[in-house]
Design a binder for this molecule. Structure first.
Ligand SMILES: [Cu+2]
Length: 193
């Protein structure tokens, strides 16, 4: 084997590694979901600090990028606070607790974002929303299925078969990975053959 051929051999190996790494990054990127700690790690979901603007939570949200598949983690003292999701801007503006479409009160609630658009959350304790415990977020992206339920041992119930399809993003990731591998194999054949 001549030195030139050895050079080509190692070039093709690094090419294969590069393409593979890029393909894996693409694949992992597609399925990567962000968990947003509502209010940030310091404030979390609580009364606003004395020096915080009343818009604190929406200011926080404006600095986040919400994509479908992400989750919002509300962490709070559930003796004092809760989380109520309301459907409309009007109910959000009015702090209308009667308009709740979902209520959370565990103190560590993970809210899955499945659809694009605006979602509205307020504290369920009267007067807290008016004191700034309210946040609206805007998510982009394709609708994704809710995360799978906790693993159940034994045969799955028949109904779960209906909901068994992975989200479209998963297929898209698999497709780009498969294409990248095919591309790598083709180029490897050219280099090595
Ligand atoms: Cu509260």
């Amino acid at each position: 084997m001549t030195p030139m051929m050895q050079g080509r051999g190692s070039a093709s190996l690094s090419y294969i590694v590069t393409v593979f790494v890029v393909a894996m990054s693409t694949f992992l990127g597609v399925s990567h979901a962000v968990q947003h700690v509502v209010g940030g790690d310091v404030q979390k979901w609580a009364f606003l600090q004395a020096n915080s603007p009343i818009t604190f939570y929406n200011d926080w949200a404006a600095n986040q990028t919400f994509t479908t598949g992400d989750t919002m983690l509300f962490t709070y003292n559930n003796n004092t606070h809760s989380v109520v999701e309301v459907a409309t801007q009007a109910d959000f503006d009015a702090c209308n607790l009667q308009a709740n479409i979902s209520k959370y009160y565990s103190g560590a609630d993970s809210v899955f974002i499945s659809k694009a658009g605006t979602s509205f959350f307020i504290c369920g304790t009267p007067t807290h929303c008016g004191q700034g415990m309210k946040v609206s977020i805007v998510a982009t992206g394709a609708t994704v299925a809710a995360p799978p339920s906790p693993v159940v041992q034994g045969p799955a119930p028949a109904q779960s078969v209906i909901n068994a399809s992975p989200p479209a993003a998963f297929y898209s990731g698999v497709t780009s990975l498969a294409l990248a591998i095919l591309l790598t194999a083709t180029h490897a054949a050219v280099f090595l053959g």
